[in-house]
Design a binder for this molecule. Structure first.
Ligand SMILES: Cc1ncc(COP(=O)(O)O)c(C=O)c1O
Length: 361
């Protein structure tokens, strides 16, 4: 509905920018198979993010699966339960077993002190999530991985735009997998990418996403179809022009929410750990689920729809995984609410949300 305020709205370039880019596609009839727009999007993303290798794919879940395939992992992968279900479905679809490490209650990221206790002779990798774009402690994770001979794949679905010491957060780990879903800061409607510093791995990822073809069209790899279409790449190229405006706008709104809500005893915030966050989400943490439900229902009565990200904690998904205890993730997931945050959210709307929340205390 038109006047409803949702947790997010896609950041979209003016329609004409998109349509103009499609003219060549209509003329040439090249819709897919790593066409010119896909290649241009990859080059422009590398330039924007100052990174070397990036392979765009159909979505972020496939990007995670491709990372596991490319590293030829079979066994247990240590990850967290405070994430979107795609993190564990990717692990399971690749025939591996997710093992849940609890999170840090302040940063919401993997608790690095608890990783080593979970390593067994079946462990092959660590797959931490940069939750809401907040950088994980990449240095500590690298030290643990090296010590135990493990690979690191970052679920970097939220991480485009975040940085550590000026470098894109997408550059860390053996492979980072990001998402360009419509809800993300930068979107191609559906889409994602694998990022790696290794040229060999990047070539392998390109073969995997194209049925395992090498440059001579021989099948040399156990691949599948992870190709992004030219239509999605065109949307990405159109949206990329406005990406830095989107980033700046989020920061302003994030800071506005925080300066208003930090005055309230009873609301907590994500602690920014290291590096620079992209301000892509605005989560608030309440003291109890009762308080969360009170705020959610008052906002809903006013046609405002925040989202309970991430709820439930993934270790509770009994259809998918066996229960493993993660008390911090379980507690946080019942008390956390992401507030509306997007480019066209007006100042008046933001202040209305703030006033309604204040009324609950
Ligand atoms: C943490 C996390 N991982 C993975 C994904 C999967 O990305 P996609 O929706 O592009 O498949 C998402 C979100 O959508 C996510 O939030």
């Amino acid at each position: 509905m038109k006047n409803n305020i949702y947790v997010t709205q896609p950041s979209l370039a003016p329609l004409n920018d998109f349509v103009d880019l499609l003219q060549d596609t209509w003329d040439t009839g090249i819709l897919t198979h790593n066409g010119p727009l896909v290649r241009k999007l990859e080059a422009d993303l590398c330039k924007t993010l100052n990174i070397e290798h990036l392979s765009v794919v159909t979505n972020g879940t496939v990007a995670l699966q491709m990372a596991i395939k490319a590293l030829e992992l079979k066994g247990e992968i240590i990850t967290t339960a405070f994430s979107w279900v795609a993190t564990i479905s990717a692990i399971k679809w690749e025939g591996c077993t997710p093992v849940f490490c609890d999170i840090d209650e302040d940063t919401f990221n993997i608790d690095i002190k608890k990783i080593e206790g979970l390593i067994t002779d079946k462990t092959v990798a660590i797959m931490p999530v940069h939750v809401f774009g907040n950088p994980c402690d990449v240095n500590a994770i690298e030290i643990i991985a090296k010590k135990h001979g493990l690979k690191v794949i970052y679920d970097a679905a939220h991480a485009m735009g975040s940085k550590i010491n000026g470098s894109s957060l997408l550059e860390f780990g053996d492979i980072s997998a990001t998402s360009f879903h419509g809800t993300k800061l930068f979107n191609t409607a559906e889409g994602g990418a694998c990022i790696t510093k290794s040229l060999d791995l990047s070539k392998k990822l390109e073969r995997i996403r194209f049925f395992g073809h090498d440059d001579n069209k021989d099948i040399v790899e156990d691949g599948f179809n992870g190709k992004m279409t030219e239509i999605h790449a065109a949307l990405g190229l159109a949206n990329l022009k406005y990406y830095s405006d989107v980033l700046d706008d989020r920061e302003v709104k994030y800071k506005k929410y925080k300066s208003e809500l930090c005055q309230i005893e009873g609301i907590g915030f994500q602690k920014l750990s290291m590096g620079e966050i992209n301000f892509s989400y605005f989560p608030i943490v309440l003291k109890s689920e009762v308080m969360l439900l009170k705020i959610e229902s008052l906002l809903n009565e006013n046609n405002i729809y925040p989202r309970r990200y991430f709820y439930p904690s993934l270790n509770h998904l009994s259809q998918i995984v066996d229960y493993q205890e993660c008390p911090v993730s379980e507690s946080l997931s019942t008390r956390i609410l992401c507030l509306p945050l997007y480019k066209s959210l007006t100042d008046n709307e933001l202040m209305r949300i703030v006033r309604l929340i204040k009324r609950c205390f």
